[in-house]
Design a protein around this ligand. Structure first.
Ligand SMILES: [Zn+2]
Length: 461
């Protein structure tokens, strides 16, 4: 039976809509903490019915009764990607939940390591409400305002799981929300900008890379009727320069939304510019060498997701993002934890001789500058290889159709080399070379051959 025709399920959704969307604006810090404690207790009891967690809890001698509040969270073991892979498929879901009510989604395949997990429909609805929360923050009404969402609708992704396989067959979203346009970030940017131009949205949500391409196209005369009030950027680190380029080009305010397949939405920037966590939906720990970092200091983010009856996510250590928490409060009054900065993926890092680790937030600046300073998108692909502490090779694939248009390839290469040299200092040799294609099958676009077990990190850049 289609659960959306089921009055109990619809009732749950309605209740959820009313209580979830603006919860952070309504409740006090104390109430939030009590809510988190309750959610954690419920989650741990549920997780104990899932073989993976049951075994893990048993190994460390923990019973669900031992976990009464968030302060007990540290007693629970970390969950890794390998744990989930090892127990997939039947060991990562509860036998109490009907398998056909769950939807399989997997993390992005760009790093070559695809991880399948299960979500349920309520999970998906909660995810949508979390996104609605960000829209509400910017006074957008999901039933009225014209909204364009440029999602990653490749077959395996969370978005496809959520929308194409999850909600669409049950709800006919397209008919229900005529004011929402769904586009695919894997399509050609020219096709995407033409569609947005026809739709003329007040709000655009999309991935950083696609938004950069759209801004460049807009600057060269495409999409002249596009003038949204707000643009939400997601998916990877948005450096301040690219952000202001997109803002200027579209005459719109850009804010960031932060999430991951395994956890759903994690955080968003409020109107004041503070980065709030969705503290009623997820709980994040930030650790360095196993201990919590200080406010403002980068640490490995460990995530616990409160909602859902699919694969539980408790102390999951493989989002791999380095994030700095921030103590204090935002003047907007929302009850939630704050973060200061997202440095990006720790498995996409370069290691300098002095202990400095360059993370995506640092070198994405170099590539976005090609876009907004050299005004070209002829760098079609790139791979960064670190052979040792003092040798970097940057491989670049040039879009042949654009080769003779705009700045020369030599100019771009010098620009890239200079950009990296500024980050690495003079002790590192940086070579930029053109290749026909980059091999990403063996791993991500950033490959460091440094032995991390023998490397001491002093700080993140
Ligand atoms: Zn705020």
């Amino acid at each position: 039976m289609n659960p959306f025709y089921n009055p109990v399920f619809l009732g749950k959704i309605l209740k959820r809509y009313l209580s979830d969307v603006d919860r952070l604006s309504r409740i006090s810090d104390d109430a939030l903490r009590r809510y988190q404690d309750k959610q954690l207790r419920r989650l741990v009891y549920f997780a104990d019915t899932v073989p993976l967690y049951h075994d893990k809890f048993k190994q460390v001698g923990i019973h669900p009764n031992d976990i009464t509040c968030i302060n007990d969270l540290h007693k629970l073991p970390f969950i890794t990607k390998d744990d989930i892979k090892q127990y997939y498929p039947n060991g990562i879901v509860s036998p109490k939940i009907k398998k056909n009510s769950l939807i399989e989604v997997s993390t992005s395949g760009t790093t070559g390591k695809v991880l399948p997990i299960y979500v349920d429909l309520l999970d998906i609805v909660t995810g949508l409400f979390a996104y609605m929360r960000t829209l509400h923050e910017y006074d957008m009404n999901v039933w009225k305002n014209r909204i364009t969402i440029i999602g990653d609708f490749a077959p395996h992704t969370a978005e496809s799981g959520y929308i194409t396989r999850g909600l669409q067959p049950r709800l006919n979203l397209m008919r229900m929300f005529k004011n929402i346009q769904w586009l695919n970030t894997n399509d050609d940017p020219k096709k995407v900008i033409a569609a947005i131009n026809d739709f003329q949205p007040e709000f655009i949500g999309g991935y950083v890379g696609m938004l950069g391409h759209l801004a460049l196209l807009k600057e060269t005369g495409f999409g002249e009727k596009i003038s949204p009030q707000y643009i939400a950027a997601t998916g990877s680190v948005l450096d301040p320069f690219l952000k202001s380029f997109i803002e200027k080009t579209f005459h719109a305010k850009v804010f960031e939304v932060y999430g991951a397949t395994e956890s759903g939405l994690i955080g968003f920037q409020c109107k004041q510019g503070s980065y709030h966590l969705m503290s009623d939906l997820v709980y994040a720990e930030f650790l360095k060498d196993g201990r919590p970092v200080d406010s403002g200091e980068g640490g490995e983010m460990i995530i616990t997701k409160f909602h859902g009856k699919g694969t539980p996510i408790i102390r999951y250590n493989a989002i791999n993002d380095i994030v700095a928490p921030l103590k204090g409060y935002c003047s907007c009054g929302k009850a939630s934890a704050l973060i200061k900065k997202i440095y990006g993926r720790s498995d996409l890092a370069l290691y300098l001789p002095d202990g400095t680790v360059l993370l995506p937030s640092s070198f994405s600046e170099i590539y976005s500058k090609i876009l907004y300073k050299l005004k070209t998108n002829k760098v079609k692909n790139t791979k960064i290889i670190q052979y040792n502490l003092t040798t970097l090779e940057i491989q670049v694939v040039i879009d042949q159709a654009l080769r003779t248009i705009g700045p020369s390839v030599e100019e771009i290469f010098q620009f890239i080399q200079k950009g990296f040299k500024e980050k690495t200092g003079t002790g590192v040799t940086v070579t930029v070379k053109e290749v026909d294609s980059v091999d990403t099958s063996q791993g991500p676009r950033i490959l460091s051959m440094i032995d991390k077990t023998k490397y001491t990190i002093t700080h993140y850049l």
